[in-house]
Write a protein that binds this ligand. Structure first.
Ligand SMILES: [Zn+2]
Length: 333
């Protein structure tokens, strides 16, 4: 038995899962409040206690554990340090979380960005279904826009912070918005929840928006997926999603021209189905989105038409914890 502990550290929740390199996932995932706002040591204490619980529930002897695969919602450098506290408390900046985990468990550990961990899981699920690629780029839509590159079965992260695909420039218009990274016009300022908020804000500033798009821009942004998956969406709503996926397509084209990937995967919030969406309207939403991305890719070099652009097939909410554990089982073995 080669058992690895997977840990997905989030701002509010920490998720633990066990992975056996021969048998796959063991038992159920365990979720706990992460206490991340109290600093990394508070979260490490939560993890230590939760690990004992998950070992006990699954009759695992802690001495059988071979290593730790963890992920954080921040850019990570090759040493395992959280470089910028983008989606977690500021007290995590500059902390070597990999070292802390390794010291706490007295085991080898590995730390990934959470988008990289989820993308690695996607890669392995695709491998099992013969739908993988040697060179895959993944965009993870959420509050921001994460990115990952999996080339020849490896997460591309060295020599420094890498594959931050959300920060590719796609908007050079007068309306371009400031991004959390400090630059203006990054794809994240359009293709993310923050991007939806920005596009609502611009439309409201021009006036004449339909009733459903009035009010606090962030609150409107949160219902746009639901409005977009309605049977007969408003034109303004369709236009916003068109702009969202057009920007994603521009970023994807840039990645293709640099890396030459043959598979682009889109995952995360934009993929979720709203409650009560009909099969037809959900499929239309997803088909339109891929079409808008394709439009940006297909109007470039002819060979780019061969690139597959697909939604994620691994939609498990626990994918990052298992992706990190699975990657640890390869890299730490
Ligand atoms: Zn940026």
């Amino acid at each position: 038995m080669s058992i690895y502990l997977g840990i997905d550290i989030g701002a509010s929740t920490v998720k633990l899962g066990l992975f056996d390199s021969d048998k796959g996932v063991i038992g159920d995932r365990l979720d706990n409040p992460s206490r991340a706002s109290q600093g990394p040591d508070a979260t490490i204490n939560v993890i230590k206690t939760a690990a004992q619980d998950i070992f006990k529930t699954n009759n695992i002897n802690p001495q059988d554990l071979k290593g730790i695969g963890a992920c954080c919602p921040t850019p990570i450098d090759p040493s395992g340090m959280c470089v910028y506290p983008t989606n977690i408390d500021h007290s995590w900046q500059g902390v070597n979380v990999k070292q802390k985990l390794s010291d706490s468990f007295n085991l080898p550990a590995l730390l990934l960005n959470d988008g990289d961990a989820a993308a690695y899981r996607e890669h392995t699920v695709r491998e099992a279904q013969n739908q993988a690629s040697n060179s895959m780029a993944q965009f993870i839509t959420g509050t921001g826009l994460g990115g990952a590159l999996i080339i020849n079965g490896q997460v591309i992260s060295a020599p420094g912070v890498a594959a931050e695909l959300g920060h590719i420039l796609t908007d050079t218009s007068d309306n371009a918005d400031l991004c959390g990274c400090g630059a203006t016009g990054c794809v994240e300022t359009r293709a993310s929840l923050l991007g939806l908020r920005n596009m609502v804000k611009h439309r409201q500033a021009k006036g004449n928006v339909p009733e459903q798009l009035q009010g606090d821009p962030m609150e409107v942004a949160k219902i746009l997926r639901e409005l977009g998956q309605a049977d007969d969406p408003l034109q303004d709503v369709t236009d916003i999603w068109h702009e969202y996926f057009t920007n994603l397509g521009r970023a994807a084209r840039t990645v293709l021209n640099i890396v030459g990937c043959d598979l682009i995967v889109i995952s995360g919030g934009a993929q979720e189905r709203r409650n009560n969406a009909s099969d037809h309207s959900y499929e239309r939403f997803k088909t339109d989105a891929i079409g808008w991305i394709r439009h940006e890719i297909d109007h470039s070099f002819p060979h780019l038409k061969n690139t597959r652009v697909e939604w994620s097939i691994d939609t498990l909410p626990d994918s990052a914890a298992y992706g990190a554990a699975q990657y640890a089982s390869i890299m730490l073995a």
